[in-house]
Design a binder for this molecule. Structure first.
Ligand code: MN
Length: 474
């Protein structure tokens, strides 16, 4: 996961000069206390950096310009300590091109009934300030996030953390570069899309390469590199030779190791952080990349099969948002229709993301019925249990649409000894029949990105930031 560690968020506290310098000094102290507490909470994934108090138009405008200019700043968190007349926020807020969170909080958790006087009222009028400031954001159609509650509470801090991850993913969305090895699978509809519009709306660069460009890199990999990587596999995975001799098995695995090295080198040299393959387009390759793809997914590269660049980019986006935890490319495969047990078996022909594994993956070699190549090595495992979201993106000709279904994944309890691929099993919300019906009626794809780390609210927050139509099924 490259280039996303050094982000920070600026904390801008609104006030005004009406109540004097002494009051402003107090405001600054309170802001410092909150900043320190947030940074020391251990809940936030990125640091908060306190800025000068926002007390007039010039100051606010200067801060927002600086936010736009600095690459390390992923967004702005504002807090109205007191009543901060919002006309002075208009210029800066209009200029701001990064995500904005309005933290509707107050320095004191409770009203001090014994001591409260008019000075205290004037100093701590956050409820007043929130409304004035909220009005201008609403009028400017800012699509900012609002988090409400006492800043010291873990659940409030968690909401800030979730939004920070969305904001960084939004900023990284403009850095997503997909390398496509081959075109889309022939005849398939839902994986198509308007790449120019995707770059305009989401910032995604999508580049095509003939498979021969990759073959050139594969042929340049040497045995020493392959053997070193194979050694790494012995430490991480179980080995299952199945019906193959040890030599046959190792040969197949080492072919995949050479693909892993070659694809990684290709992507690094080109600055790509996502890629696609297509089993119909393997000229010059001995196997469909399987284990190789799974390894790269585990390292944070976005991926989708059959040339599906939209899902590959979405995969990278959600991997950034989730810090590559329990998030990956998936495909709806088989229904379980028995009453009371309704579920959907999730898998792919090889390329299931190991960040979703509940047990130690094992490497096996098995024939692949399509693609007309040698038997490829792949990682096999069972998926994790947990609540999460499954997301699909489709081009409807006039616009893109995002579909979000909440799911409950469970670890499969029955072994499937003849299944040569990793598997995941989940129930869809609100129930199997209504959930599947809504998905199909809305034109949701068979290729998805699933995350047991992210929430519907986070996906929706991103969709709002990029003006993407979305449907939530829950
Ligand atoms: Mn597929």
């Amino acid at each position: 996961m490259s280039a996303i560690e050094n982000k920070e968020f600026w904390f801008v506290v609104g006030s005004q000069h009406l109540y004097g310098e002494e009051t402003l000094a107090e405001v600054k102290n309170h802001a410092k206390t909150i900043t320190d507490a947030l940074n020391e909470s251990g809940v936030l994934p990125y640091p908060v950096v306190l800025q000068d108090l926002a007390v007039n138009t010039d100051k606010i405008t200067r801060i927002m310009k600086e936010v736009n200019y600095r690459d390390e700043v992923a967004g702005v968190i504002t807090w109205m300590h007191t009543f901060s007349p919002a006309k002075m926020w208009i210029r800066g807020t209009k200029l701001l091109q990064k995500p904005l969170l309005h933290l509707a909080t107050q320095f004191n958790e409770s009203i001090p009934w014994e001591s409260i006087d008019m000075d205290f009222m004037n100093l701590n009028q956050s409820a007043h300030g929130d409304r004035e400031y909220g009005f201008i954001n609403a009028r400017l159609n800012k699509k900012n996030k609002v988090v409400v509650g006492y800043w010291g509470r873990a659940e409030v801090q968690k909401q800030i953390a979730d939004w920070m991850n969305v904001a960084v993913a939004y900023m990284e969305s403009f850095e997503i570069k997909v390398a496509r090895f081959g075109d889309n699978m022939r005849h398939v509809g839902v994986t198509e899309g308007d790449k120019v519009e995707a770059q305009i709306q989401f910032g995604w660069t999508v580049d095509y390469f003939g498979i021969g460009d990759l073959v050139h890199y594969v042929n340049a990999v040497n045995d020493e590199e392959v053997n070193a990587l194979f050694e790494e596999y012995t430490k991480l995975y179980a080995f299952d030779y199945g019906t193959y001799s040890k030599e046959e098995w190792e040969y197949s695995v080492k072919v995949q190791a050479s693909y892993e090295i070659a694809i990684k080198r290709f992507l690094e040299e080109g600055g790509y952080n996502a890629f696609t393959t297509n089993f119909e387009d393997l000229y010059g390759l001995k196997q469909l990349p399987g284990l190789a793809v799974q390894r790269l997914m585990a390292h944070g590269y976005g991926f989708a099969a059959e040339g599906d660049w939209k899902t590959a980019a979405l995969d990278r986006l959600l991997k950034v948002m989730s810090h590559n935890q329990s998030t990956g490319f998936m495909e709806d495969y088989i229904y379980e229709l028995a009453t009371g047990q309704e579920a959907i078996l999730q898998s792919h022909m090889l390329e299931v993301d190991p960040t979703l594994a509940s047990n130690k993956p094992k490497i096996i070699v098995s024939p692949l019925g399509i693609g007309n190549r040698e038997d490829p090595a792949r990682l096999v495992f069972d998926g994790k249990a947990g609540e999460g979201v499954v997301v699909s993106m489709a081009d409807f000709g006039t616009h893109y649409k995002l579909l979000i279904n909440e799911v409950a994944a469970s670890e499969p309890t029955v072994p499937a000894p003849k299944l040569p691929v990793a598997r995941m099993l989940w129930e869809v919300k609100p129930n199997f029949h209504d959930g599947v019906k809504a998905w199909v009626e809305n034109g949701g794809g068979h290729h998805t990105v699933v995350s047991l780390n992210l929430t519907t609210d986070q996906i929706v927050s991103y969709a709002k930031l990029v003006g993407l139509e979305y449907v939530v099924i829950k």
